[in-house]
Structures are given as structure tokens and as C-alpha cells.
Design a protein around this ligand. Structure first.
Ligand SMILES: *Cc1c(COP(=O)(O)O)cnc(C)c1O
Length: 375
């Protein structure tokens, strides 16, 4: 019988230890690996920075979850992004959305300022904008995120992949916000990225980054080198915790997506709220594309804009009692954030916007909490 991705996640890669029958993959902390009498490595490993058993086990599972050929784990999401940018040639052209995870965009802008890369940002709300930002036979990398953080505009991955490939560029997709629900490699992407700090681990207690490649090509070789020599490998204990977090990934995503959908619907008729952005709402501008490229729900992230401007928004964010006022996303606990406070000055995020990461608490309590805070 063919095992599903979900079963593989639940069973941590269907692990059974042939020596003692343990069904939990072991935590191997060793940073060095012994050689035999002929001075050959006894197993597949030499030194921890290049990889070790707990890391390899996790990477096999991650490649499977995103339908890729190989995966690598990093010390954080940003370390994984930095490794991707190492694969871009000097002054190579990179295209990215104008609204995206601000840390990633800050890093792109910094490399651009230093002359290390050439950068074009395109309007994430305009479906034609990506194709016109490309320079045929020149653009090296297109980096997108979908839905984009925190307006949740949806970018069509299949057409982004076609446009990138027509120009000779690779497409990398940040799927942090849509684990499970969107598998970019199946839609033509070359690389899938996850900040495993978020939903992949799911418990707000591990920092990690994941890259999955469609093919073990030249760019992937550069990325692996950047990790092995740059040294930003995930620690074995974090890898072990992440493997454990993945066991409930599908369950968490389904529950938090269902909660988010109910909250979005509730807020969309609330007199204190003028705009709700959630791709699951039938009248959301990105709904049709989202319905095509997402399954298992529309994700756990939504934003809403309150009447009364910035002051009113900040008051809501400081008045909730179940939602915790904190940044980050994808954990089991619900978080609320006044986003423009944490974004850089050049950010185009509206000042009356609140971003929520919906967790797995009972949805009635979450809605009542927002009701009270908006009141
Ligand atoms: C958090 C986040 C990142 C960065 O991940 P870190 O683990 O914090 O380095 C990148 N992209 C998105 C969408 C994120 O939410």
C-alpha cells in the first residue's frame, strides 16, 4: 500500500530501529564519526557540520513532504535564505515582491546596496507585474512568497514558474505560511523554503530553516556548499524537536486553518473592521488562485484593518486576553500583532492593520476575545 505524506509525517518517516524496536528516531549528538581499520569512515558521516544521522533522517522526511529530490536544514529561516543568495552570481539579477517577509526583503536590499546583487521588487498585488520585472536571459533568481506577509496577496506559483523559466531564471518559493497546503515544487518551482521556526515546528521553541530542491542541480550544489562551509547547519537537538513537531503538522494546519476561516468570516461583517484579508474568503482578491494552489484549507494567517486608525489598532492588540501580543506565526498558540510597529520605515503596510496567527485553541474563545477587544 502506498503511504501518504501525512502518514510519513505522523510516523516520523516510519522509523523502527532494527536493533531494539524503538519507534522514535534517536537523537544523535555526535559531532565526529570514527573510521575503521582501513581508515574508511564506518558509516556515511565524517564531521557534524557536513551532516549527521538525526539531520539526515529529518531531511529525508522534509524532501518527501514537499515532493522534492533533496532537502537541507539550516540554523534559521534567514540562514537558509542567505544560502540561496550565495548561489546567485556576483551582480546577478534577483526579482522579489514589494510586500514580503520584511527580514528577507531587508537582506535582499542590503545585498543590492552593497553591489552584491541587482534587485527588482514587483507589485505583489498585480498579477502581471512579476513577468514585466524579469530580464530575459539575465535574471538569475525569482524569490516569491505566497500569500505575501502581511497583506496575504496570493501569487500564482504555476505562472511565476513559467515566467521565471522562460527568462532562464530559477523560482524559489517561501511556503512558510502555507506548509502542507501548498507544495510549490509540484507547481513548477525549483526550490521550496520554510522558516521551520513557524508552523513546521509549530510550538514556538525551535529556530530553523528548510530548503527543498526539485533537482540536485548546480544551484543546489552551491547551496549545500554554502551550508557545509558557511556552517549554518541546524543542531541535532533542534532537528529532533522539529521531527517531533512534524508528527502533528497536518492536524495543526487543519485545525488552525478552520479556526482562521471562522474568524475571518466573523470579522468580515464586524462594524469595527473595514477590511479583512484572508485568501479563504470567497471575495478576497486572491481567492481563485488560492483555491487552485492550496488544499487542506487556506492557512492560519489573516489580517484585518480596524476603524479608527493606528491608535485604535494598537488598542485592540493590547486588549486581547487569549491572543498573545507577539510577533511570529504558525505556533499552536494564537498571536496578534500591530504589524507596522515591527516593520522597517519604508514598509507599505497600513498602520491600522493587525495581523493574527491563529492557533488551535477552541475557536469560540478566540472569536469572543477579539469581540471584547474590538468592543
Ligand atoms: C519567520 C519568517 C522567515 C524567517 O525565518 P527565521 O527562522 O526567523 O529566520 C522567512 N519567511 C517568512 C514568511 C517568515 O514568516
Amino acid at each position: 500500500m502506498e503511504r501518504s505524506r501525512e502518514t510519513d509525517a505522523v510516523q516520523a518517516g516510519h522509523f523502527v530501529d532494527s536493533r531494539d524496536g524503538s519507534i522514535v528516531p534517536p537523537l544523535q549528538m555526535s559531532t565526529t564519526f570514527a573510521r575503521d581499520d582501513s581508515y574508511e569512515p564506518i558509516g556515511d558521516y565524517v564531521y557534524g557540520r557536513y551532516g549527521s544521522p538525526t539531520i539526515t533522517h529529518l531531511e529525508g522526511l522534509l524532501a518527501r513532504l514537499d515532493s522534492g529530490s533533496s532537502a537541507r536544514v539550516f540554523a534559521s529561516g534567514m540562514a537558509a535564505l542567505a544560502a540561496v543568495l550565495e548561489s546567485v552570481p556576483t551582480e546577478g539579477h534577483v526579482v522579489a515582491p514589494d510586500v514580503m517577509y520584511h527580514g528577507g526583503q531587508d537582506w535582499l536590499r542590503r545585498l543590492h546596496k552593497l553591489g552584491r546583487i541587482d534587485l527588482t521588487l514587483f507589485d505583489s498585488s498585480d498579477p502581471e507585474a512579476l513577468a514585466s520585472a524579469l530580464r530575459p536571459s539575465t535574471t538569475d533568481l525569482v524569490w516569491i512568497e505566497t500569500p505575501v506577509n502581511p497583506t496575504w496577496d496570493v501569487i500564482d506559483i504555476r505562472s511565476a514558474a513559467e515566467a521565471a523559466h522562460d527568462s532562464g531564471a530559477s523560482l524559489a518559493v517561501d511556503a512558510t505560511v502555507t506548509p502542507v497546503t501548498t507544495r510549490p515544487i509540484e507547481l513548477g518551482a525549483d526550490l521550496t523554503f520554510h522558516a521551520a521556526t513557524k508552523a513546521y515546528n509549530g510550538h514556538s521553541d525551535v529556530s530553523g530553516g528548510v530548503l527543498v530542491t526539485a533537482a540536485d542541480d548546480g544551484r543546489w550544489e552551491e547551496i549545500c556548499l554554502a551550508r557545509d562551509l558557511g556552517g549554518a547547519v541546524l543542531g541535532p537537538f533542534e532537528a529532533w524537536l522539529l521531527t517531533r513537531g512534524l508528527r502533528t503538522l497536518h492536524l495543526r494546519v487543519e485545525r488552525s486553518s478552520a479556526n482562521a476561516a471562522a474568524i475571518a468570516e466573523h470579522l468580515s461583517t464586524h462594524p469595527g473592521v473595514h477590511t479583512v484579508r484572508y485568501p479563504g474568503l470567497p471575495d478576497d482578491p486572491g481567492h481563485d488562485i488560492a483555491a487552485r494552489q492550496m488544499d487542506h484549507g487556506f492557512g492560519s494567517m489573516l489580517s484585518f484593518q480596524v476603524n479608527g486608525g493606528e491608535e485604535a489598532a494598537r488598542l485592540v492588540a493590547t486588549s486581547t486576553e487569549v491572543f498573545v501580543a507577539a510577533t511570529s506565526l504558525g505556533g499552536v498558540e494564537s498571536l496578534i500583532e500591530h504589524r507596522s510597529t515591527v516593520e522597517p520605515k519604508h514598509s507599505i503596510v497600513p498602520t491600522d492593520l493587525l495581523r493574527v496567527s491563529v492557533g488551535i485553541e477552541p475557536v469560540g474563545e478566540l472569536i469572543a476575545d477579539l469581540e471584547a477587544a474590538l468592543g
